[in-house]
Design a protein around this ligand. Structure first.
Ligand code: AMP
Ligand code: MG
Length: 511
């Protein structure tokens, strides 16, 4: 076997001018994390990278292609000033208290702060799959290439859709074997976020009655990300209740966006819920192909706890766990409940607003709820393709009345066997559009209903090619998904119906 490239580590790379490390999470102290020596990854190679994520760190594509940065992204070199650590958290998994979890295969390198005047946010840089940590439990601390590519692609695709998410800077691979159901190879995905704190971090300190640490963590997150909670006079001016309410509202908005675009997360355990309301921890996720409200994308989710239509309710359940964890700080149960209750108004409002835009309404319309319910019922019966329907309806709306177009009309109707049903529905839809200029509606719809989403089979093709060391399929798919609302006619095959074999792709928690 060749000597690992870490045998002669490259010098740490220079940071872009003006950037510096400011490792705030590390500064919280030893109760929250364990300092890490990174485990080297032998003979790493760059599988993919995101120029747009790189720009968040002021990094150019050339820099990312340098051997120095490759060694950083593989975990083989620690940049000067970084303070690698793994954090401790706990959580509820599939509705059951799971005890201590923690960063079992993730290492936070540190937090990079932009120069003054840059305008961007500081970013924490986390390597996922970088080897054993004190929180690895029975795991090996590694991630396989297939799941790293899925996380990489989806993070950047969700961002391009305008949905809050952790970002993905790169995937680095190695021929180092990793054993799952079969032998695979290792990879490290580098993630970026202003913070990787999860609901489970708070649950951890509450569960162990470490209320001083709990307060320190809450104060840290509030001061850094929710400073208005200190001055908000609502909820008796209780900063921790206001914090819970702010997280509740961000989470409600996130869930409305997932439901609108047809995104199924798959493992909404409380340790996979971001305190910033970001989509985090991409595992067995799926964008819906045919619309099925009960769709379960996680092969390991036997009970369907995380089925598509259950996600908003699960988020609320998870927020209750967070509320419970913050109770020692909030002190008054009524305030915690009042903060959580806002979910019941904010989620439906956010969902209605998102669906109004999908339907081409600049604001929520009277009658929209019935219109949508009728549509989803029709679609569910025949498992009509979710993304294709909305995109075709957007084009239909632009042309159906002003310049009647039989082909456009057929494209929508042909998606349904129930021809009477869709005819009635289109009539009803047109009625609600009577006073809205068609062009305005169509524009709104084309900016809201993506042509391109990361369907499972597309990811699978990129993975298969990458496993054979061809990374061009991944790069091309990534480029298409970076502009999901653009027509990109030369790439239209990426917007086709999934092939028959897509139905047999089984994605589990194994990664
Ligand atoms: P997840 O289902 O990916 O959110 O992971 C749940 C917990 O298991 C987290 O604490 C992870 O860090 C940990 N974990 C998952 N996979 C591994 C692995 N291969 N090695 C060590 N820990 C892991
Ligand atoms: Mg997780």
């Amino acid at each position: 076997m060749n000597a690992p490239s870490c045998a002669a580590p490259a010098l740490p790379p220079d940071l872009p001018p003006g950037w510096h490390w400011n490792n705030r999470f590390a500064a919280l102290g030893p109760a929250f994390s364990t300092p890490m020596n990174l485990q080297p990854l032998e003979q790493p190679y760059l599988v993919g990278y995101s120029p747009s994520a790189a720009s968040l760190l002021g990094l150019t594509s050339e820099a990312l292609h340098s051997p120095q940065w490759l060694d950083v992204l593989a975990g083989n070199t620690v940049p000067n000033g970084a303070q690698p650590l793994s954090s401790v958290y706990s959580g509820h998994q599939f509705g059951v208290w799971a005890g201590q979890l923690g960063d079992g295969r993730a290492v936070l390198l540190g937090e990079l702060e932009p120069p003054t005047g840059h305008g961007g946010e500081s970013q924490e840089i986390q390597l996922k799959g970088s080897g054993l940590t004190p929180y690895s439990r029975m795991g090996d601390g590694r991630a396989v290439l297939r799941s790293s590519i899925r996380e990489f692609l989806c993070s950047e695709a969700i961002h391009a859709l305008g949905i809050p998410t952790t970002r993905a800077l790169s995937v680095v691979g190695s021929d180092h074997p990793v054993y799952r159901e079969r032998p695979e190879t290792a990879a490290v995905v580098t993630r970026l976020a202003p913070s990787f704190v999860r609901f489970g971090h708070f649950e951890h300190f509450c569960h162990h009655n470490l209320h001083g640490d709990l307060r320190q963590l809450a104060d840290f997150v509030i001061d850094r990300f929710y400073p208005q909670c200190r001055t908000d006079s609502a909820l008796k001016g209780n900063a921790y209740a206001n914090f819970l309410q702010a997280v509740t509202q961000r989470t409600a908005h996130l869930l409305a966006q997932w439901q609108a675009v047809g995104f199924c997360h798959g493992v909404m355990n409380t340790d996979n819920m971001s305190i910033l309301g970001l989509t985090i921890d991409y595992g067995p996720f799926q964008f819906l192909d045919g619309f099925d409200p009960g769709h379960i994308c996680n092969h390991s989710d036997n009970q369907g706890r995380y089925a598509f239509e259950r996600q908003p309710q699960v988020a609320y359940w998870n927020l209750y766990c967070l509320g419970q964890a913050l109770l020692p700080l909030i002190e008054e149960q009524d305030l915690a409940i009042a903060a959580l209750e806002t979910y019941k108004t904010v989620y439906p409002q956010a969902f209605d607003a998102a669906m109004a835009a999908k339907l081409g309404f600049p604001t929520v319309q009277n009658g929209q709820t019935d219109l949508l319910a009728d549509l989803l019922r029709l679609m569910a019966v025949e498992h009509v393709d979710y993304s294709i329907f909305w995109r075709r309806l957007s084009h239909w709306t632009g042309r159906a009345i002003d310049t009647p177009n039989a082909a456009e009309d057929a494209l929508v109707r042909d998606l349904f066997l129930d021809q009477d049903g869709i005819t009635q529905w289109l009539l009803h839809f047109s009625e609600l559009h009577t006073y809205i200029p068609r062009g305005l509606s169509a524009n709104l719809m084309l900016k809201t209903n993506p042509k391109y989403v990361l369907r499972n089979h597309l990811g699978e093709l990129a993975i298969q090619a990458a496993q054979a060391k061809d990374f061009t399929v991944l790069a091309k798919l990534q480029m298409v998904l970076a502009h999901p609302f653009d027509e990109q006619p030369e790439h239209s095959t990426y917007a086709d119906f999934p092939p028959d074999w897509a139905g047999s792709i089984a994605i589990s928690c194994s990664s």
